[in-house]
Ligand binder design. Structure first.
Ligand code: ACM
Ligand code: ZN
Length: 758
């Protein structure tokens, strides 16, 4: 049974205060991910030099973790004895489940497996003072709040990914990452080891993978969309030896994290082809990629020698990774070379394949057969559905959830990593000071709100969704502090998505727990992003067209102070109590304060009170669900979108569709200009239209040409003095993305920002 923990806690708080010793940790447990059920019990358990520990040999990894954690983190040494006991309990259904009872005289951990016992220890760890994390706890006794916890995960696959091909990270850091995942009860580390920009795992049979594929001559600096692109001129690379890989896998095993290697094929293979040009279709020498995106040099599917090479690679990979899964990539495979390659075309004929999509399916199925013959299973990105799914493959759904639904219907296991909830390389804040990221916008709350079970998936297919994971691609992340910044806190939210039940999830409670958890991350020297103390602003049109601006912040007990004179808010600025009524264009700056100390970054929003603000607006099509902005109204709410983050609340994204926008000003109004802007991030498949149409009450259709631009943002300004009630804007889609561009062959996206009428 699930218990509403917040209600239970209130009853006991005062009792515990009454008998507490030196409790420096919070009275109520703040465990992340939140357990299945927990009930406070009166009293505290005291850990000291007199405390004894007993465990079955089977549970020694979990019990030793606890012993070392306490003994390293404090001056306390545990004896042998029955104060803290680990017991095997076959009646616990879930192999990863456990119970943790902290009674005044005893701590009892029960589990069916050592993994369950390990998770009990991770929960107990979060009941102990944070000083234990960095060995700064100096008292002779630890007081532990008494509590009874029954816990088990929601999903069996709880993963986090790391791309080490675009940038490589030290073994020491990989272990730190694994430690943090284990603390969050995640159980899978997806290690993206090969890509166009580098091959990072030693393959003894193919030494050029180490000599050539592991290094690139230089690296793009700044953003891919910068014009002109710039490179750093510095050789970059390296690889992990098989000994290092074994060391990491063993380290992870002790923390109940399985390691899944990803070896990309047939695409994202440029580094390997640079080392061995005969693996490609053209056989011509190429370089390891120095920039980002999708490249046309892919493994040739026509030559059997390609498969021999990959089988040799797999022969060395498979023994290193004891887990059942090998990830073979399969994503983003441009077919241009296959179309013109004699060997590939011959394969299509010989195998009676319909087209290059079926050739991709042939490729994956042939590799799957080999991997299966070694007793392992493949995982592939959702493109492996195209041209026919390999019979035993697990699908990792990243381009939305369509692939997941299709795979589950076909009775294949599915792991959810849709970009809109799982891509931690996206921006997490609209603050303009954020470090450069690939694009997109994925704030913490959105990750937290993710339900891995796709809406509408029939009951009998739900069990094929085995879990979810956060993905961290590192094109724009070159050091480990930045990895931590992008991963934390979003992976913390993801841990609750995959472990806790939907019923037990509550974002406001999560934020309270996270605020405390951040102190643990401080002690662990993890460079998490802290956007808890930022201000969020929202415009609302009240009755009678009163335009108001609402400010809020996530955490409790803080003060928001603001200015409207352009100055940075300080401890003497006005305190925000009620929504601001806006009747002129104004810039509002605000920040969160605690006892007159500013906590977070200054928030700034320019409100442009133009003539269309508060008008009626309609669209012929809805924006794409991944980029809805604030809906149609967001186009005339007085707020412009971010200059870099088209995924924010203000930009509206449409995929492949022509858009017609009708603004009704309510009464005939004299206007002198209409302006808007389009995003043009071609690297992200976004194109400004080449022409738009504008229509006023007189019915005349003005065609406005938009010159082709390499700029990221394309402004449109139409100046015309006219009386009109209606303004119609027709925005055709750019069309199909041309060859040699990112996303070629796919429809372009249209992103439109605020439509200002003056
Ligand atoms: C991917 O993001 N290309 C799987
Ligand atoms: Zn070929």
């Amino acid at each position: 049974m699930q218990i509403n923990t917040s209600l239970v806690f209130i009853v006991f708080v005062s009792l515990i205060f009454g008998c507490s010793k030196e409790i420096s940790q919070p009275i109520t447990p703040q465990i992340i991910p939140t357990p299945y059920s927990q009930t406070l019990i009166e009293g505290v358990f005291t850990i000291s030099n007199k405390t004894g520990l007993t465990f079955d040999e089977e549970f020694s990894v979990a019990a030793q973790f606890l012993k070392e954690y306490i003994e390293t983190g404090s001056a306390i040494s545990l004896k042998s004895g029955t104060n803290i006991v680990f017991e095997k309990d076959e009646t616990i259904e879930d192999v990863e489940g456990y119970t943790l009872d902290v009674f005044p005289a005893k701590i009892r951990i029960k589990a069916k497996t050592v993994q369950g016992a390990f998770y009990a220890v991770q929960s107990l760890r979060q009941l102990l003072p944070i000083g234990l994390e960095n060995n700064s706890f100096t008292k002779a006794e630890i007081a532990v709040t008494c509590v009874s916890i029954q816990d088990k995960p929601q999903f069996s696959y709880r993963g986090m990914h790391l791309d080490v091909a675009r940038h490589k990270f030290s073994i020491e850091f990989i272990k730190k990452y694994i430690d943090a995942l284990a603390m969050l009860k995640m159980n899978t580390f997806h290690w993206h080891l090969t890509d166009d920009q580098g091959w990072r795992i030693e393959i003894k049979k193919h030494p050029k993978l180490q000599e050539i594929a592991a290094f690139r001559d230089q690296t793009l600096i700044g953003h891919f969309s910068d014009n002109p692109q710039q490179f750093d001129g510095k050789k970059y690379g390296g690889f992990y030896t098989q000994e290092q890989i074994k060391d990491v896998v063993a380290y992870a095993k002790n923390r109940f994290i399985r390691v899944i290697p990803e070896i990309e094929m047939p695409g994202h293979a440029q580094a390997a082809i640079a080392a061995y040009p005969e693996l490609g279709c053209t056989k011509e020498p190429i370089k390891v990629a120095e920039s980002w995106g999708v490249f046309e040099d892919i493994f040739c599917a026509g030559n059997d020698s390609t498969f021999t090479f990959l089988e040799n690679v797999l022969d060395e990979i498979i023994p290193l990774f004891p887990d059942q899964y090998i990830h073979i990539g399969g994503d983003e495979v441009p077919k241009a070379h296959w179309k013109t390659c004699d060997a590939c075309q011959k394969r299509i004929q010989d195998e009676n394949l319909k087209d290059e999509h079926e050739l991709q399916s042939y490729f994956i199925q042939r590799i799957e057969k080999y991997v299966n013959s070694k007793g392992k299973q493949i995982i592939g990105w959702d493109e492996i559905l195209e041209g026919g799914l390999a019979p035993n493959a697990t699908v990792m759904s990243w381009r939305g959830i369509k692939g997941a639904v299709e795979a589950a219907k076909a009775k294949h296991d599915v792991i959810m990593t849709p970009t809109s909830y799982s891509y931690f390389d996206y921006y997490q804040s609209t603050n303009p000071n954020e470090p450069v990221a690939i694009g997109g916008y994925l704030p913490l709350e959105k990750v937290y709100g993710f339900n891995p079970i796709p809406i509408g998936l029939p009951e009998k297919e739900k069990s094929y969704v085995i879990g979810a994971q956060g993905n961290l691609w590192t094109e724009y992340i070159s050091d480990s502090e930045h990895v931590e910044y992008m991963a934390f806190p979003r992976v913390i939210a993801m841990s609750e998505v995959v472990w806790s039940t939907e019923l037990n999830k509550n974002y406001n409670q999560f934020i309270d727990r996270l605020e405390y958890f951040n102190k643990r991350l401080d002690a662990l020297n993890i460079n998490y992003a802290n956007h808890l103390y930022e201000v969020n602003g929202e415009v609302k049109m009240e009755l009678d067209k009163i335009y108001t601006f609402h400010l809020n912040t996530l955490t409790k007990g803080k003060t928001i102070r603001y200015t409207v004179n352009g100055l940075e808010p300080d401890s003497t600025s006005l305190e925000y109590k009620l929504p601001l009524v806006i009747s002129n264009s104004v810039t509002v700056k605000a920040a969160v304060f605690n006892n007159n100390k500013r906590l977070g970054a200054v928030f700034s929003e320019s409100l442009n009170y133009h003539k269309a603000v508060g008008a009626k607006i309609s669209l012929n099509v809805q924006p794409h669900h991944a980029y809805p902005g604030s809906g149609a109204y967001g186009l005339i709410n007085g707020i412009s979108g971010s200059n870099s983050r088209y995924g924010d609340k203000e930009w509206l994204g449409f995929w492949g569709e022509a858009v017609e926008i009708i603004i009704d000003l309510g009464t005939e109004t004299e206007i002198s200009s209409m302006s808007t802007r389009f995003h043009n991030g071609n690297g992200q498949w976004i194109y400004a239209p080449e022409q738009i149409e504008l229509i006023f009450d007189d019915g005349a259709v003005s065609k406005i040409e938009i010159p082709i631009s390499e700029e990221l943002l394309v402004d449109v300004l139409v100046e015309k003095i006219i009386k009109t009630r209606y303004i119609t804007l027709r925005i055709p889609n750019y069309g199909i993305i041309p060859d040699r561009k990112q996303g070629s062959g796919n429809p372009a996206w249209t992103f439109v920002d605020e439509i200002k009428v003056n």
